[in-house]
Design a protein around this ligand. Sequence first.
Ligand SMILES: Cc1ncc(COP(=O)(O)O)c(C=O)c1O
Length: 816
Amino acid sequence: MEASKEAFLREFGEHYGYPNGPKTIDEIRATEFKRLDGLVYLDHAGATMYSELQMEAIFKDFTTNVYGNPHSQSDTSSSTSDIVREARQQVLDYCKASPKDYSCIFTSGATAALKLVGEAFPWSRQSCFTYTMENHNSVLGIREYALDQGAAAFAIDVEETVHHGVSNGIAASMKVLQHQVQRRNEASSLEEPTGEAYNLFAFPSECNFSGLRFSLDLVKIIKEDSARILESSPFCNGRWMVLIDAAKGSATEPPDLSLYPADFVVMSFYKLFGYPTGLGVLIARNDASRLLKKTYFSGGTVATSIADIDFVRRRKSVEELFEDGTISFLSIASVHHGFKILNSLTVSAISRHTASLAWYVRKKLLGLRHENGASVCTLYGDSKALFHYFGPTVSFNLKRSDGSWCGYREVEKLASLSGIQLRTGCFCNPGACAKYLGLSHLDLRSNFEAGHVCWDDHDIIHGKPTGAVRVSFAYMSTFEDAKKFIDFVTSSFVALPNWIESGYQLMQGSESRLAAASFYLKSITVYPIKSCAGFNVESWPLSSTGLLHDREWVLTSLSGEILTQKKVPEMCFISTFIDLDKGILFVESPRCQVRLPINFITDSCNGGSEQIKLNGQRYEVQSYKNDVNIWFSNAIGRPCTLFRCFSSNHNFCLNKIKSASMGREVQSMLNFSNEAQFLLISEESVSDLSHRVSTKDVQKGACGAASQISPMRFRPNIVVSGGEPYAEDGWKNLKIGNKYFTSLGGCNRCQMINIVHDEAGLLQKSNEPLATLASYRRMKGKIFFGILLKYERSEPVGRDGDLWLQVGQDVHPNIS
Ligand SMILES: Cc1ncc(COP(=O)(O)O)c(C=O)c1O
């Protein structure tokens, strides 16, 4: 056994791995989660994994039993009703809720359960909706109902010095900070009370951002003595009801409703045992649910109604009153197969097992130091809190040795190259995100105005992170998962004495050494259709958009989305060729019997042009007849449309791009290429990369001949040969033959370069070469390889012999 595991087991052996359970963690992984081999899945707070045995049991159940619609009296209907009743009981048992006091209402998820409470809560103008800052958006949304009905709403921060299980003197150990009161209609608060006011307090049993568990003592305090902690609040009058959002927390610590009698608890089943999705539950205290006011009636909730007059009588039982339509009875029938696993391992053992992993990760992350002594990781949540104060979730951001933040996208991208799936962003918990990242209202608003929305790529704005990285564990997580994650952070983000980020910068400073080197144009490749295969030529004319006809055509989905190999890898099998003399683009595909000629001289004379918007850019395009679109649809196996960027009136897209090397905005005329007119790759840089990848393979013990990486994998327009690897990094401009080009800086690479098709024509995906590039060509979260160019045209465009690039021409960098 590895020393690190031994050390871990010495510390956590009694908690980790179900030592007294029916199966050890290693047996569970080997027999029930074979599909996780080679993958480190660390987003269990997002959705945990179902066990393969659980699914087999569900399949067997569904293929041997007959379940009918429960809304009738037939035998098949009663077997469904029995299984639904059993599932309700299991849910109540899971939260130690007595059926005398509580009902289990099935919903389509925790969110639907929260919406139900918000919608039906007896809000009045004297009501108040109070919630902890750390809450999911699905809880915050309740505020809309409250404010709409004239109620007040405010958030609070709860600080505890003593935690769970201490039931005396709790209030003294809890500090509450109240945020500003929100109201839609100021006048309403001055009106006289009209009967008893009901208030709602909502908090998560475990924060899905930081993993911090809230004390369930809050239930009693708020219900029985709210004035003690909401001291200065004018909103303590009336009756308080408490809602626990257990969507995250219930997987490892369901709320014990026999001890903490909350009025409402919400959960989603995929968070407990992976399957089913689209099913959740509202556990409601019967006395509280009687106060809810439901407007809608439906099949399922109605006892009788008369179609043409205002007459309806609803069903009496709580479940029947709130479950509209036919419940998701097959999903409900599968719930007991999930509970069987949790019950066999026991929730307490699951809680200890997962906590040991989270604790290990926290400890390791906190201990990481750059070579200059600076800490690598900032953890979110109170790091001084004790072992059991946290659920199995760790969220953090990483810093470079100079103190600057690494963006969460960078961490996510590199993690995915190492086979690690984690979560980044704000996790739909804006209050926790703002609180832990120190984002003011102004920051949040200006980030939004700068274009940042949930889940996007703006991970750092004005030097501050806009979100975090989150790893989370579940009952099937292993020490090996946690260790691989820590190893990944260490190898990718901890600066060692010869830290590799300087590698890229070094190349940029190497101009003087290169002055003497000679370079020549090795190959020219034209890609007429964006993301389809290109073709090599010995010589080719230049145009104001780059190589003539390069990326002049594009395929779009029927909904207008530009298609690329990222989503439609089959596009790489469409080969292209242009006969300039005849003015024909020829396309071929292994899926189509005929080679399709597209005459772009006659076609453009016949067809009209139209304006379309693609990826937010307006293009003037020419569309094609049905037979052309059918050909392409067959070639890629999905309906699509071909468009040609209309070049006759030079109405190209003007793209602004920030030049990485010169730090200024450059305007280029582009067809459908993403960033620039040309991508230049150096043969020497490709050889160096190939060498590094094969050395890595040998170190890993991979057998067989190391395969050379082809420059074509990077989809360059121009390959140059000569000089030292990465000489091109330092080029500000260059002359090929007598044509001048400006460098717009390095090309930021993505996973696309990891996809190749083998000799059999099958698509192969691996982590290379991006993973190797990431290890030495990474700067500020981007992985550079090759440079982008803009043609500095000084002559009029045309098919003049002078405007041609020719393979073999000399390349002169940095002409002053
Ligand atoms: C704490 C918390 N509350 C509510 C939700 C919403 O749950 P669902 O999307 O299953 O409705 C989530 C989901 O991530 C959550 O983590």
